[in-house]
Design a protein around this ligand. Structure first.
Ligand code: GDP
Length: 371
């Protein structure tokens, strides 16, 4: 039988096969570890030495089992969601796993919203969205991990509870969890000793502990992949065009009835009817996303002809994998936005009827305008 080794940092069984899974260590580093008689997996090594958390793909069952442990701890859970993809960020049945533990939502990447965005409206909308999915957080904080200032409100919340409870930070991949935790680590002055040494290898497995007080810690659980995220229908480079990475700048079109705007090849919006002759339709989406105007009567043909080329993303090699566009009709007025999960939102300056075309699993919904 082959000898197994455990990571001192997280307790995971060391493996040399798969860099994306827990306990990974390159063979060369394993050999060194055998000489020294101690092992840190690559993830813990990086966290110790570079204050850096690494992404990790592990399958959903492992993740959900980990979440199950939270139910039996004195836990305070922070669910990190991407402000651009709230629905794609939700862990369905969270309560089945964390029981009745109190939790808050960190609505992350807030730095990408225009400065004039009204915080209270954003929070109201997030609350309504998560309530629709059966989640009732104690609070919602707006965060970003890209600057120290982006975590202050979250840090305050954590300080309120950390003397009594372990803080668990959970979230699906891409929501910015690693960036946020690294910022928290920096904030708490953590460097070399960010990981507790486990006296019982194997017991904490892949939960990474960042001790704040003698008794209580921030614990990072590995991310889970949500397959309803728009991100999973697009290649990595296509995703960089779709997901905003710079603060959004509104882009306005003056439209007549019977005109359509393509969101590259990802989706489209048709102006069916309007109470005014020229309707200003404003898009808050990534500046990298190409918006193309055409007549609705030509839209189907244009899409067939140009998707993957002029209308990309999805880029050519990925067009076949991209789901079919399905239409939904909305009546919209200037006090409302249409929010498209993973992409952003749009507003109009008059009462209109529109059709929004997207893959059917992408959530499109009407909300009170946030600007
Ligand atoms: P994780 O998979 O949830 O751990 O997400 P990461 O921390 O790896 O972040 C995913 C992507 O979002 C990366 O490209 C980050 O640079 C970016 N990102 C993460 N947090 C923020 C944020 O607060 N603001 C902005 N603008 N980008 C962010």
């Amino acid at each position: 039988e082959q000898e197994t080794f455990q990571c001192i940092g997280c307790g995971a069984t060391i493996q040399t096969e798969n860099p994306d899974e827990i306990g990974y260590l390159p063979q060369s580093a394993l050999n060194k570890g055998i000489e020294k008689g101690e092992f840190y997996c690559q993830r813990c090594f990086k966290l110790r030495h570079y204050n850096q958390l690494q992404d990790l793909d592990i399958d959903d069952d492992v993740f959900l089992n980990k979440l199950g442990e939270i139910a039996n701890d004195d836990a305070f859970v922070v669910l990190v969601v991407d402000i651009f993809d709230v629905e794609g960020s939700l862990i369905s049945g969270l309560h089945r796993f964390i029981g009745n533990q109190p939790f808050i939502i960190a609505a992350n990447k807030f730095d990408l919203l225009p400065k004039v965005t009204r915080k209270s409206k954003v929070k109201d909308w997030i609350r309504q969205t998560v309530n629709r999915h059966g989640l009732y957080p104690e609070d919602i904080v707006l965060t970003y991990g890209t600057k120290r200032a982006g975590i202050y409100t979250l840090a305050e919340k954590i300080e309120e509870v950390i003397s009594d409870r372990n803080v668990y930070i959970v979230g699906v991949t891409n929501v910015g969890k690693s960036t946020l935790i690294n910022q928290l680590i920096g904030y708490y002055g953590g460097d070399k000793e960010v990981i507790t040494t486990s006296n019982h290898p194997g017991t904490t497995l892949d939960l990474i502990q960042i001790p704040l007080t003698d008794a209580h810690a921030i614990i990072d659980t590995p991310g889970i992949i949500r397959r309803t995220q728009l991100a999973h229908h697009l290649s990595r480079s296509d995703n960089q065009k779709v997901l905003p990475s710079k603060p959004l700048k509104p882009k306005t079109f003056q439209l007549n009835e019977g005109q359509t705007i393509f969101l590259a090849g990802v989706g489209r919006v048709d102006l069916v009817q309007s109470e005014v002759e020229k309707t200003a339709m404003t898009f808050y989406v990534s500046t990298e996303l190409y918006l193309h105007r055409t007549k609705t009567e030509n839209a189907d043909e244009l899409y067939q002809k140009h998707v993957g080329e002029m209308l990309a993303p999805p880029s050519k090699d990925y067009v076949d994998e991209y789901p079919e566009l399905v239409e939904q009709t909305f009546t919209l007025d200037p006090t409302q936005d249409i929010s498209i999960t993973g992409l952003g939102w749009l507003t109009v300056n008059a009462k209109v009827d529109i059709k929004v075309w997207l893959p059917k699993e992408i959530s499109v919904s009407k909300r009170t305008a946030i600007i």
